[in-house]
Design a protein. Structure first.
Lengths: 159, 131
């Protein structure tokens, strides 16, 4: 690798990149906030995309409450939330997660840690927990967007 | 005659966004969910422009573009690649394939319109006026 990739650098990149994705694709202003402890969730829509390479692997999870996920989908497609069904909302959350992870992949590749990304997957529900496998670090990034919470969960194993 | 634009992307969201961007223009939007479908639609419809995703199941955008450039009947169609990956290597690989332009996700609709209008003529749809 041309430079050492560290988890705080990944989080720093993602803090900037999420704000950019929400601003560019949704015209929504997201602000990173500090929250201690494991975030608690109500019913939510979670997008996930994995990344894997010789020097790094992990996954990015984007958690949005179900009503906010519908608002995000409506903003992206220029439609009203009432006009959208679960498949459209799932597709938009998957695509936003794909953009977040695609940006991370580019940043990792430019830093010398080549990797590939998976296609997005969606989980819906309220009582699920994503447990990282041993030796994988987990970070939570929390954002406020017009009084809605956006949570990005990053699982990463370097080396 | 309306300009024909083919959007090839496995994400319905992106196809809808592309469609929304071109809605004010006199454009017929054709859609395909992967490279294989995209080649079939391109051969049948001879679009004026193709907006092509890179990472797709069945046949990815790079393979579709390579096959497109090998086909004498299709190789002149301009292609704008749409990619979520802005890494140097990725961009260089795309440039080497002979695309007209590329756009990195996230993107704004007016960026897409600007790049498309460098490849094809985009005319505003006539606005219906009350009788």
């Amino acid at each position: 690798m041309s430079q050492t990739i560290q988890v705080p650098n990944i989080c720093e990149f993602m803090n900037r990149h999420l704000v950019d994705v929400f601003e560019t694709m949704l015209s929504m202003k997201a602000i990173a906030v500090t929250e201690t402890g494991v975030p608690q969730f109500d019913e939510r829509v979670t997008g996930s995309v994995a990344f894997a390479g010789d020097h790094i692997n992990g996954a990015v999870y984007l958690h949005l409450s179900t009503p906010f996920a519908a608002r995000v989908a409506a903003a992206m497609l220029g439609l009203s939330p009432e006009d959208l069904g679960e498949p459209e909302v799932n597709d938009v959350v998957g695509e936003v997660t794909n953009m977040l992870t695609g940006g991370l992949k580019s940043w990792l590749c430019d830093s010398g840690a080549e990797c590939a990304v998976s296609t997005p997957a969606i989980i819906r529900g309220s009582s699920f927990v994503i447990e990282p496998v041993p030796q994988v670090e987990r970070e939570w990034l929390v954002f406020d967007c017009d009084r809605n919470r956006i949570v990005v969960e990053i699982h990463v194993k370097v080396g | 005659m309306a300009t024909k634009i083919l959007s090839v992307d496995d994400s319905r969201t992106i196809r809808l966004i592309v469609g929304k961007a071109f809605r004010p223009y006199d454009v017929v939007l054709l859609e395909a969910a992967n490279g294989e479908e995209g080649l079939a639609v391109a051969a049948r419809e001879k679009p004026d422009l193709i907006i092509l995703d890179v990472t797709m199941p069945v046949m990815d955008g790079v393979t579709m573009l390579t096959k497109l450039k090998e086909d004498p009947a299709l190789k002149a169609i301009p292609v704008i690649m749409l990619t979520a990956e802005s890494g140097r290597e990725n961009v260089l690989q795309i440039a080497r394939l002979g695309v007209r332009d590329y756009l990195v996700k996230p993107f704004k609709e007016d960026q897409l319109i600007e790049k498309a209008s460098r490849c094809v003529t985009l005319e505003k749809r006539p606005v219906a006026t009350p009788a």
